[in-house]
Design a binder for this molecule. Structure first.
Ligand code: HMG
Length: 392
């Protein structure tokens, strides 16, 4: 029995900052951001959008009433949690009307947690093939103003429905793992911005890829050539290009660099415009590949690499299903990205400074969001949300 990804939706915020605008404000050559990091824009979340509103928007648009009724497991992957105790998935359950007979939990391990969630969902559906599991991955990537990490911010969510006989990707059971105690990127509870040893983090990402790949090869017996293409975790798109070149060298491929980069290009186009969406980013890459690729991927195997600083990495794979194109949400995703409003530098800096009261006192958020859901404010320490529209 095939088990895997039956539907995949993504969402991001209503604002975007061109990296050329940021480069100008910082007095940096824009080519460093657009070519050196491979980023055109980053999504910026206003005060009334957060991990809950983005996850609810991503999920609601892809779930039929029948899907919703058969979901018994909701796994919310994030490193931008809004509460130390309550799982963000319960707000989403309430907002989009998921069943009350449901396991709901939040998972954390930097950008990796959604992939752990996907494997847990696969085991759940293997045991209960007539049930479905929903993974919500949602994050706001935030670094300090005027730090090297600043142009690698972004925000976004992915909703991944896992079922038997999936319409999009049947997951292979084999995987390759690598975990190690490294301090490349972390965010202590008292900080809003991540701390990062940037260059070290890129080196750990690449070495983890080699280790995870070796384990995957031991367990699957597959080679580089058994995969039609690859998707990588996308902190910035140039990182995936470096990863693909590293994997090709590691496996001794004789493929010209241009051809290698062309192999993964369709997986990069959404992230180039959204920026880093942490736990969602690999799944934003998969949506981008399936929706923007020019070749028919039906029946073809994808190699997938998930990396979360700290670190845990996993290499896994899946076979794209023959009728996958009928289950995509390309036009909605593209129009959501196109409709984002562009910020100037001062608007970005002002939004960056905004903070809800830290003592739980009552506050209403100014209305910015154009997405289906928004955070209206906080009252008696409780976050309040509303639905604005049916869908994007
Ligand atoms: P930096 O030090 O400012 O940049 O920060 P740089 O000097 O390394 O330059 C970047 C690239 O631009 C280089 O290309 C330059 O040559 C090029 P490379 O040599 O690497 O190929 N460049 C130019 N190109 C064209 N024209 C120019 C020009 N100038 C320079 N004029 C860094 C870069 C990534 C370190 C920084 O942005 C950062 O710290 N980002 C945050 C950390 C990060 O994203 N790490 C990625 C791996 S870890 C990960 O993926 C996990 C993560 O998602 C978190 C999680 O798991 O939760 C981050």
């Amino acid at each position: 029995m095939n088990i895997g990804i039956d539907a995949l939706g993504i969402a991001t915020s209503c604002y975007a900052l061109d990296l050329a605008t940021l480069a100008e404000a910082r007095g940096i050559d824009p080519l460093k951001y657009t070519q050196g990091l491979g980023q055109q824009q980053m999504s910026v979340a206003p005060p009334d959008e957060d991990i809950v509103t983005m996850a609810a928007s991503a999920a609601d648009a892809i779930l039929s009433p029948e899907d919703k009724a058969s979901i018994e497991l909701v796994l919310f992957a994030t490193e931008s949690g809004i509460d130390q105790s309550k799982a963000a998935g319960i707000w989403v359950q309430h907002l989009i009307g998921l069943p009350k007979r449901c396991r709901i939990i939040e998972l954390k391990q930097a950008c990796y947690s959604a992939t752990c969630a996907l494997q847990m969902a696969r085991y759940f559906v293997t045991a209960h093939p007539n049930k479905k599991a929903l993974i919500l991955a949602s994050d706001i990537a935030r670094y300090g103003l005027n730090t090297p990490g600043e142009p690698t911010q972004g925000c976004g969510a992915a909703a991944v429905l896992v079922s038997a006989n999936p319409r999009l990707i049947a997951l292979d059971p084999e995987y390759g793992l690598y975990a190690d105690h490294v301090m490349d990127f972390w965010r202590p509870n008292y900080r809003d911005e991540a701390l990062v040893d940037g260059h070290y983090s890129t080196r750990v990402y690449l070495s983890s890829l080699g280790h995870a790949w070796d384990h995957y090869v031991e367990s699957s017996g597959r080679t580089f050539a058994d995969h039609a293409t690859f998707c990588y975790h996308l902190p910035f798109t140039r990182m995936a290009e470096k990863a693909h070149e590293r994997l090709a060298r590691h496996t001794k491929q004789q493929i010209p660099s241009e051809e290698l980069l062309a192999q993964i290009e369709p997986s990069l186009s959404y992230a180039r415009r959204i920026g880093n969406s942490y736990s969602a980013s690999l799944y934003v890459g998969i949506a981008s590949l399936l929706e923007n690729g020019t070749i028919d991927l039906g029946g073809k195997r994808l190699g997938l690499f998930s990396y979360g600083s700290g670190c845990v990495a996993e290499f896994f794979s899946g076979v794209v299903q023959p009728t996958y194109q009928q289950a995509l949400h390309s036009s909605r995703h593209n129009s959501m990205l196109n409709l984002r409003q562009k910020l100037n530098y001062h608007e970005y800096a002002e939004l960056y400074q905004f903070q809800l009261p830290q003592d739980g006192s009552e506050a209403a958020t100014p209305q910015h969001a154009t997405s289906p859901f928004r955070l209206t404010g906080v009252k008696n320490h409780v976050r309040l949300y509303e639905r604005l529209s049916e869908s994007y």
